[in-house]
Design a protein around this ligand. Structure first.
Ligand code: XCC
Ligand code: SF4
Length: 655
């Protein structure tokens, strides 16, 4: 009876409607057959709150929650809606928006801080497990921290000692989070004119932590009650995320683990192997997963797996951890954010190791139905369920921890109980592009030859550049909007830079291969891709690696011929299936760096039309970039293309 009731209450997703990916469809169906509930089913059962969707529910004090939905008939005359304290819809929506920026910027930047801390212990020689792998990158970033790479001895210039440089970079990097005075050093990496614009507008970040704390203060009950002023602070925090916290994460990860260069890999659930130990890493920080890669490759672990009857160890990643490992090692990607439960439902996942961000608490419930060991590793990210194992990962005995985790997965291989069902689908992909490799593959610079990016934009073979990034969202059909948007863009000769789960979606659809250019691209983009042998959709890594997109755009500006700022370029940004606060922070640093940025699904601003207009229109006058929202993926892409064309016209290259 109780079960019957539950069955009635629980609606099941229609697999064909839930995703465009056959492997995902198959596994949703499989889950339903086994009676295992997934996010797709929960999305059918739980409907979102209509007032929250509009951005106009305030629960910042206990006199509320105060709810100010837009009247169905719209606002006639003066908008008299207010909370108990008198907060207007604009104030409430702007405060909520600012807090999302704070949440997102914290996540990326705390990740960055963790990387900087490990790098500091490398520089101090306190860890044996991590090293500097890319000295070239260290030398490249040192000047941006005002760290000298040479010294003058007796009037002669000499190279400075690497250990000294590393230590000074580490200390300067750590300071970006909490120094008491002046501004973040890394913010100067933006084009000069943009830096000056930010300075004039008073939005240069002072230090990462301060900008986030100040949002929390300003959005406390009874503080900042001017939506424009709240957005100004959101800008400071978002810029601190993109140009500082995230950028330092990317750079120091490159220094320690290697700067990515294009590498072939595979993607989708079909990368799991029935006769192998399957170990899935999920989350965001390569600090942990890099060690697990090394442990899996060690002879000791491979022998141990063989001893236990496995043909080998198949490591795979989910979410941004997947992107980090794929771009540096070619480790295959199991799937996107929305496929995390499905990886366990294959019955072949012997262990799933998670660190921080985008990890469903429901993984623990799914793991209970199978033999899968679910292992949390981060002190700030634990789960209450009692089947979850916590192995706290520490950089001082990282390899030891990693081996313990891998051994646990191997030991669990023989415990598989449910019938294993691994979908066969997987795609080949090329991942691991960055500023360095875009330059290298497109003629060795950004301007001056038949192959270079700027010249191809100027001559119109490439119409513009789009950044398509971000999450999946169970309120939309999994991957559908990513793929529709991307295909529409490349069909119209817009080259796409992608990161995060969007990049994984692109890989699953076969769009990260050079061969797909001939099939899906407009003639100009196809010609460029075929000439230089790159895919029309370039995988630039994880979500902190959106900093690579900022820097690529900066290089395009610096190479000349396309204006003085990022806002002058024929570029546009997009997050078709966004869901996380991190996406809002990313969107806002793109916008305020000068990029027209369109989000799909919905934006929590519709209940406050005046505030919405500030984001969607007024910001353009300040920063050159502005927000937009368009849930229809074709229109979404067309809006981006229209903006790109507007910029081409302004540059006089619209022949
Ligand atoms: Fe998370 Fe980064 Fe979003 Fe994917 S894209 S769902 S944030 S893993 Ni960043
Ligand atoms: Fe209501 Fe104002 Fe309190 Fe928000 S801060 S819950 S609007 S009284």
């Amino acid at each position: 009876m109780a079960d019957e009731k539950k069955a009635k209450a629980m609606k099941l997703a229609d697999p064909l409607n839930a995703s465009i990916d056959p492997a995902t469809q198959q596994m949703i169906k499989r889950a339903q057959e086994l009676g295992v509930e997934t996010v797709f089913d929960r999305a059918e059962t739980m409907k979102p709150c209509n007032i929250g969707i509009q951005g106009t529910c305030c629960k910042n004090c206990a006199m509320g929650p105060c709810r100010l939905p837009l009247p169905k008939s719209g606002i006639e005359g003066e908008d008299t809606r207010k909370g108990l304290c008198g907060a207007t819809a604009n104030t409430i929506a702007a405060r909520n928006f600012a807090r999302m920026v704070a949440g997102g910027a914290s996540a990326h930047s705390d990740h960055g801080r963790g990387v900087a801390e490990v790098f500091l212990s490398v520089a101090r020689k306190e860890t044996e497990d991590y090293h500097i792998k890319d000295y070239h990158k260290l030398l490249a970033i040192a000047p941006h921290f005002d760290v000298a790479t040479t010294v003058t001895v007796d009037g002669e210039t000499q190279d400075r000692d690497m250990d000294e440089i590393a230590l000074e970079v580490a200390e300067k990097a750590m300071n970006e989070w909490g120094k008491p005075d002046s501004e973040c050093l890394y913010i100067k990496r933006a084009p000069e004119a943009t830096y000056n614009r930010w300075k004039e507008l008073g939005v240069l970040p002072r230090n990462v932590d301060r900008e986030i704390v100040e949002i929390m203060h300003r959005t406390h009950m009874g503080v900042d009650q001017d939506y424009k002023n709240l957005i100004k602070q959101s800008t400071r925090a978002a810029l601190a995320d993109g140009w500082v916290g995230s950028m330092i994460a990317t750079d120091l990860q490159d220094v320690m683990f290697g700067t990515p260069s294009p590498v072939q890999s595979e993607v989708n659930l079909g990368i799991m192997k029935a006769d192998h130990v399957n170990l899935v890493v999920h989350g965001h920080e390569p600090i942990l997963s890099e060690m697990i890669v090394a442990a899996c490759q060690s002879k000791e672990m491979m022998d141990y797996a063989a001893e236990k009857g496995a043909k080998g160890i198949q490591l795979g990643g989910i979410c941004c951890t997947a992107n980090e490992l794929a771009q540096r090692h070619g480790v295959p990607i199991v799937g996107t954010f929305l496929q995390q439960e499905l990886a366990i439902i294959t019955g072949a996942c012997d262990a799933m190791v998670v660190d921080v961000q985008c990890i469903f608490q429901n993984l623990a419930n799914v793991a209970k139905c199978f033999h899968t060991k679910l292992i949390t590793t981060h002190p700030i990210a634990r789960m209450e369920q009692n089947n979850v194992i916590h192995i706290e990962f520490d950089e001082h005995h990282a390899m030891e921890d990693a081996k313990r985790i891998v051994r646990m997965a191997i030991d669990n291989f023989e415990n598989r109980k449910a019938e294993v069902m691994i979908p066969t689908q997987k795609e080949t992909q090329v991942v691991g592009f960055g500023v360095e490799s875009i330059e290298y593959h497109l003629g060795g610079s950004f301007r001056g030859s038949y192959y270079t990016l700027n010249d191809n934009i100027i001559n119109g073979r490439i119409r513009g550049i789009a950044g398509v990034v971000g999450c999946n969202n169970a309120r939309t059909k999994h991957n559908n909007d990513h793929i529709t948007v991307i295909k529409e863009l490349i069909k119209n000769d817009v080259i796409v830079l992608t990161t995060g789960c969007s990049a994984i979606a692109a890989g699953m659809a076969g769009l990260l291969s050079p061969e797909c250019a001939a099939v899906h691209c407009g003639p100009g983009l196809a010609e460029v891709c075929e000439t230089v042998g790159i895919p029309p959709v370039l995988h630039l890594g994880s979500c902190v690696d959106n900093s690579r997109i900022l820097l690529a755009a900066t290089e395009v500006v610096k190479a000349g011929g396309l204006g003085k700022e990022i806002k002058d370029l024929p570029v546009a940004g997009s997050a078709p299936e966004w869901m996380s606060e991190k996406a809002i922070s990313i969107g806002h640093y793109f916008v305020t760096s000068g990029v027209y940025t369109v989000f799909g699904v919905t934006m929590p601003v519709d209940g406050a039309p005046v505030f919405r207009d500030h984001l969607y229109n007024e910001l353009e006058g300040l920063y050159g970039g502005m927000w937009d929202c368009e849930p229809d993926p074709v229109k979404h892409a067309q809006k981006m293309i229209a903006h790109i064309d507007k910029k081409r016209q302004e540059l006089g290259i619209d022949k």
